[in-house]
Design a protein around this ligand. Structure first.
Ligand code: FAD
Length: 265
């Protein structure tokens, strides 16, 4: 990557002004993805001096600064408690500790990576994104919005819900991008299902969730029907990693397994 200037912003306003000045002025989190993907940058805007590397447990919510690295996120006790550790487990699947010490949660969310082992489990939770100067939106709305965001992601706010989670990354080798990601979360008898790395972006399986959450009793037949509905309404595709049909087979197995897992004591 080539860059003309590097600036450590001293306020969010300064960072935002710089970002608005030129489409080739770019924010940097950990810089790992940028280094690989951006050939030419005018000014690289570093947010390291803005106190965005803190995780605050606010009782009913966890507020995570965008510059928190993935390792600190994974290891924080409040994050580890969520869904019996399924979110921390998802993050732990990303390369090695050295890598996760550098990559940031802000760069991860902002990038909307379809293969993300962080976004897939996070989407089963109630997550709000806070952007500077004014914008707030749910993680799901952000993932669904196709427009380029010219705001600064400052915080990710996760509602603390006392439920059980399941996350499965399917990959040919452990250091590869996911061939398929599945996350399931059960909170107060409400089941949420997310399918990621389809190979397109992770999405909530709303139709399947509506079905299972409207049943009086969940038995094998209901779970099989839920999986069927998920397959009917979720678009899968083929790429160099796997075919559409193979991904559908994987989703069938792991969504079923995930539902059973989150329903067990
Ligand atoms: C070789 C490689 C392998 C990987 N493997 C996996 C994997 O197996 N599983 C997985 O889940 N992930 C994987 N990742 C992704 C990784 O986990 C991070 O999500 C990614 O590197 C982005 O984090 P970063 O801090 O490096 O972001 P950066 O590279 O700094 O930034 C990424 C993008 O986000 C923007 N950005 C950064 N911070 C902000 C902000 N605060 N507000 C708005 N925009 C911002 C940047 O301008 C840039 O466009 C991989 C990445 C690489 C390079």
């Amino acid at each position: 990557m080539e860059m003309k200037n590097y600036k450590r912003a001293q306020s969010l306003n300064e960072a935002y002004q710089l970002l608005s000045e030129n489409p080739k002025n770019i924010l940097i989190g950990g810089g790992i993805w940028l280094k690989m993907s951006n050939p030419s940058v005018n000014t690289l805007i570093d947010l390291s001096d803005l106190n965005l590397d803190q995780i605050e447990d606010l009782g009913s919510k966890i507020k995570v600064g965008a510059m928190v690295n993935l390792r600190d996120f994974e290891m924080h006790p409040s994050i580890q408690e969520l869904g019996h550790g399924f979110l921390s487990h998802g993050v732990s699947q990303i390369l090695g500790v050295g890598f996760r010490n550098v990559a940031t949660i802000g760069g991860t969310i902002a990038g909307r990576y379809p293969f993300s082992d962080v976004i897939t489990p996070l989407l089963t939770l109630k997550v709000k994104l806070i952007f500077y100067p004014t914008l707030e939106m749910s993680l799901e709305d952000y993932m669904n919005s196709k427009t380029k965001m010219n705001h600064i992601l400052t915080h990710i706010v996760i509602e603390k819900e006392n439920g059980k989670g399941f996350f499965k990354k399917v990959a040919k080798v452990s250091l590869e991008f996911a061939t398929l990601n599945i996350a399931v979360f059960n909170v107060s008898k409400e089941i949420r299902i997310v399918v990621g790395a389809r190979p397109t972006a992770p999405i909530l399986a709303h139709e399947a969730m509506d079905f299972i959450n409207n049943q009086n009793k969940i038995n094998e037949e209901v779970i099989n029907q839920t999986v069927k509905i998920m397959l009917e309404h979720t678009k899968f595709g083929s790429n160099y990693q796997a075919s559409e049909a193979y991904r559908q087979e994987l989703a069938k197995v792991y969504v079923k397994r995930g539902i059973k897992e989150v329903l067990s004591q």
